[in-house]
Write a protein that binds this ligand. Structure first.
Ligand code: GLN
Length: 198
């Protein structure tokens, strides 16, 4: 099993550390040739419009889009979720999408006062609370018929907001499991989602 971590911008090292902790080999993806031979790819958090720009400039946007839409399992966290979403609210008009998940997300949805917060989530397919760190996070405002909701915010002003979704070989979370020290969401991706690729 070899998992790519998109490394044009953002929180790459935290995902690498989490993959190390569960014994999964990984490779940084910076150029088209790094997509060869992967069993899955993680799109980290960061700044989605910057990532979009860098993907375009580096000639990686279209190859990545066709790899994922052609079956390469993908997991996007935060900005990574935004990149995967078919529709994005509150973004720049020139930001690109990988068009891989039939969801509508709103960027920075939790508001300026709550730039970052933590919550304990009930996550479908994972037993016990999952600690979730949100950093200027998006939420999901619409899911397509085929999309499964894996987690919502349990309480507080944003109670009910959808923050984890999955559709076949593609999954995304608004939050950052890679900074919590809990490896179970990554294990879920490896065991349940990456096994759906072709
Ligand atoms: N707010 C960022 C964006 O819109 C995402 C933040 C994150 O990835 N932690 O791209």
């Amino acid at each position: 099993m070899l998992i790519g971590v998109l490394a044009v911008q953002g929180g790459v090292a935290e995902h690498e550390r989490t993959l190390d902790a569960i014994g999964v080999s990984h490779r940084q993806v910076r150029r088209v040739e790094h997509l060869q031979g992967l069993d899955g790819i993680i799109l980290p958090g960061g700044e989605s419009t910057t990532m979009s720009k860098l993907l375009e400039l580096g000639g990686l946007l279209e190859p990545l889009r066709s790899a994922i839409n052609g079956g390469l399992p993908a997991y996007g966290t935060c900005a990574g979720m935004i990149l995967l979403a078919k529709e994005v609210l509150d973004t720049r008009a020139d930001a690109h999408s990988l068009n891989a998940l039939d969801i509508t997300v709103r960027r920075n949805a939790f508001g300026r006062q709550v730039d970052s917060f933590e919550a304990a989530l009930d996550f479908a397919g994972i037993e016990g609370d999952v600690p979730a760190v949100f950093i200027r996070a998006p939420w999901v405002e619409r899911v397509g018929d085929e999309v499964e909701v894996l987690a919502t915010v349990p309480s507080g002003p944003a109670a009910g907001a959808i923050v984890a979704v999955r559709c076949g070989h593609v999954m995304a979370t608004s939050f950052h499991p890679e900074v919590s020290g809990d490896t179970r969401v990554h294990e879920f991706f490896i065991n349940e989602v990456a096994s759906q690729g072709n």
